[in-house]
Design a protein around this ligand. Structure first.
Ligand code: FES
Length: 115
């Protein structure tokens, strides 16, 4: 595990979302409602990039089929999954796992991600 300074808080605030490539891994940095989150940029359902997803109320919804993930835990929010996707899957036996999340901290105005 290592800590990496990725950008300033101001830069993240102005962009809202930013894709980072760290050791070949795409990580999505998100600023929402005063909080910061770092998650994989690739949806675990069918590998769509999540940069185009919708962020609201601490969740990220994939733009492809509507899977919704909790930004803190990466767990799937079944209560917010798109109805079309719900009809295709068994919610008691989800065919894909949670979204990977990364711890982060803010140090001297810099966002530091642990990978
Ligand atoms: S690829 Fe993200 S929900 Fe299907």
């Amino acid at each position: 595990m290592k800590n990496i300074e990725v950008c300033t808080v101001e830069e993240c605030n102005s962009l809202g979302k930013k894709v980072l490539t760290i050791d070949g891994q795409e990580i999505l940095l998100i600023h929402s409602d005063g909080e910061y989150f770092a998650v994989d940029n690739i949806c675990p359902h069918a590998r769509t990039r999540l940069i185009s997803g919708r962020v609201e109320e601490g969740t990220l919804t994939c733009s492809n089929h509507g899977a919704c993930f909790d930004l803190k835990t990466g767990e799937i929010r079944v209560d917010k999954i798109d109805e079309d996707l719900l009809e295709q899957i068994d919610v008691d036996n989800l065919p894909f796992g949670p979204l990977k999340t990364y711890p982060l901290q803010i140090t001297n105005g810099m966002i530091v991600i642990t990978v």
